[in-house]
Design a protein around this ligand. Structure first.
Ligand code: MRU
Length: 336
């Protein structure tokens, strides 16, 4: 069984340290909001929904010191990673509770909200899974990228929630996973969590994805999202755009599985989504060893943007959205 990725202890937040997986299962303890911010920045916890949940608990840790400290925590946590909109969605919800509570009620009210954001996420992912699995045949081969699984969320996962739900529905699912350079979320995290759950899983180099599609009869590519614009453009882990282009070339359905908290209706198109650029050292080395000549620079965008015309469907907790996304997203955001 998979260990819980996020454990709330009341006086502290314990995060399964994803930098060490799959070789070591250990928890990183955060006793204040600064600890949570550092955990997000250093990728102890990662994945759009999980970042939002962890940050919500970070605000709870600050809330015992009063409203000013809670506002300070929201500001600090909002500066950790710029692309995943779930972080800002969670911070907006926490801000509302901080504004509407007295210092005395703040600890319990903020804790109740963070716990419900956490629990809601798991229920949301199960709903995404149910809607998504209906798109897969009884014997399915799926290609995924990065980790949009239990580890990236409150549990169950979005893209991996779809493959879990397919298995629960009695389907047989074979999963191909891109290794996802430079931090290997696919090779380390997705492969591990799927294997733990008894899936048939095969890791391929990122550069092999198009050939896998050509040779292995892939029924669907399913990925997560860090931010979806109002027009359906999707920001997700770097390499997603290449997969979408290859999918379109081979006629393979390209699905994005994501909660509505990943949709940013304030951003009209992908052009306006802020893309995190991480330390080039992550590219310049592999397993702690330099792989790029010392005098050669590297560029390390953590995400790319897939234009909506390459997205076959967006699988949300309220149903499967199809083009034109401007309209289907607007309807989904209003659905109860
Ligand atoms: O840099 P990461 O590991 O946080 O990037 C994660 C992804 O790109 C995921 O696909 C996305 O956050 C969706 S997680 C359900």
């Amino acid at each position: 069984m998979l260990p819980e990725p996020i454990e709330w202890r009341g006086e502290a937040l314990e995060l399964l340290d994803q930098r060490k997986l799959p070789w070591e299962i250990s928890y990183y303890r955060c006793e204040d909001a600064e600890g949570v911010a550092k955990a997000i920045e250093s990728m102890v916890v990662r994945g759009a929904p999980a970042i939002g949940i962890a940050a919500a608990y970070g605000v709870v840790l600050a809330a015992t010191k009063g409203k000013e400290a809670a506002f300070g925590a929201i500001e600090r946590l909002s500066r950790t990673r710029p692309t995943a909109v779930n972080l800002f969605w969670a911070m907006e919800r926490m801000k509302e509770v901080v504004m509407s509570s007295s210092d005395g009620e703040l600890p319990s009210k903020s804790e109740a909200l963070a716990v419900s954001i956490h629990r809601e996420d798991v229920a949301t992912n199960r709903a995404i899974g149910k809607h998504g699995e209906a798109l897969l045949p009884a014997e399915a081969s799926v290609l995924t990228h990065c980790n949009a699984g239990a580890l990236a969320t409150g549990g169950y996962g979005t893209a991996l929630g779809v493959v879990r739900a397919a298995k629960e529905a009695g389907k047989s699912v074979k999963v191909f996973v891109d290794e996802t350079r430079p931090l290997l979320q696919g090779a380390r995290l997705t492969a591990w969590e799927l294997k733990e759950d008894g899936f048939d899983v095969t890791v391929v180099c990122d550069g092999a994805a198009a050939f896998v599609m050509k040779k292995k009869a892939i029924d669907a590519v399913i990925v997560g999202a860090d931010r979806i614009a109002a027009n359906g453009d999707v920001a997700n882990k770097i390499g997603t755009l290449s997969l979408a282009i290859a999918s379109s070339r081979f006629g393979t359905p390209f699905y994005v599985a994501a909660p509505r908290s990943s949709i940013d209706v304030h951003v009209p198109s992908g052009e306006a989504i802020p893309i995190e650029e991480r330390d080039p050292e992550e590219v310049r080395s592999f397993g702690g060893k330099a792989v790029v000549p010392r005098n050669v620079s590297a560029w390390n965008p953590a995400f790319d943007v897939t234009p909506s015309e390459l997205v076959s469907a967006i699988i949300t907790e309220v149903g499967v959205l199809r083009p034109p996304y401007g309209e289907s997203i607007e309807r989904a955001m209003k659905a109860t």
